[in-house]
Design a protein around this ligand. Structure first.
Ligand SMILES: C[S@@+](CC[C@H](N)C(=O)[O-])C[C@H]1O[C@@H](n2cnc3c(N)ncnc32)[C@H](O)[C@@H]1O
Length: 232
């Protein structure tokens, strides 16, 4: 990937329904520089086929997948505090990818890789049981009923994500959209292979950093729900 390549956030016609808004977004000089300099070391385009995590990270360690990493603050902070696990962030928004590459480089993190493309395509290329955790923080809520089919948390996606978790591995979602939180809970409760690790909406876990989306929600008075489920 270079700064002049096709933007995967703008799909050609007749592709499946996507969970993201196609948007280009401008990059700052620092982000352009980070992308050009650091992509070869930490980046990968979401491939059509299998992903070899041991080859990607250069070691065999538990892997956390962060879907929709945004500007990358959560990934970089959590990876820095958790050096024994590897963090794979996946995002379709190129400026966010570039920002995370910059954060990773500045902090000298060896346990982060950054994938550009659709997370669901990436997950399909992972072996069953490959992941220790999946993080989905503040996914797009798609509030209109006719757009609910675009939500990442829906039964077919949850079945796919859960199949890639190791037994005992966790799926951690956070949202500030109350109706989506309830819909998430229903969908996750309905999956027979998942167990609610909290037994209801839990307290905000201290290890999940506060991002711009959460600060905005707090300012607007919207409560944030964390849902943490474990694969049986
Ligand atoms: C509302 S933002 C939240 C960003 C970040 N998690 C945070 O808390 O600041 C949701 C992000 O998910 C990304 N996204 C949505 N669907 C995706 C998909 N299928 N694959 C990769 N990224 C996706 C969007 O591009 C967007 O940046």
């Amino acid at each position: 990937m270079t700064t002049t390549d096709h933007d995967p956030a703008i799909p050609p016609d007749n592709r499946p329904i996507r969970t993201f808004h196609p948007r280009r977004g401008r990059m700052s000089g620092r982000q352009t520089d980070a992308l050009d300099r650091l992509w070869p070391r930490y980046g990968l385009d979401v491939p059509d086929g299998p992903v070899d995590l041991v080859d990607l990270f250069g070691r065999r360690a538990p892997v956390v997948l962060e879907i929709g990493s945004g500007m990358g603050d959560s990934t970089a902070t959590m990876a820095a505090a958790d050096p024994d696990r590897d963090y794979l962030a996946v995002e379709v928004h190129t400026p966010g990818i570039a920002n995370l590459l910059d954060l990773v480089d500045r902090a000298g993190l060896g346990n982060v890789r950054v994938a550009l493309g659709d997370a669901l395509d990436l997950v399909r290329g992972l072996p069953e049981g490959a992941l220790d955790a999946v993080h989905i923080f503040f996914p797009d809520p798609w509030p209109k009923a006719r757009h609910h089919k675009r939500r990442i948390i829906q039964p077919a996606h949850v079945a796919l994500l859960r199949s890639r978790l190791t037994p005992g591995g966790t799926l951690h979602c956070a949202t500030d959209w109350a109706e989506y939180a309830d819909a998430m809970r229903q969908t996750l409760d309905a999956d027979p292979e998942l167990v609610d690790a909290y037994g209801g909406f839990g307290p905000r876990p201290a290890h999940r950093p506060v991002t711009k989306f959460e600060r905005r929600a707090i300012t607007a008075g919207r409560p944030v729900a964390d849902l943490i489920y474990r694969r049986r």
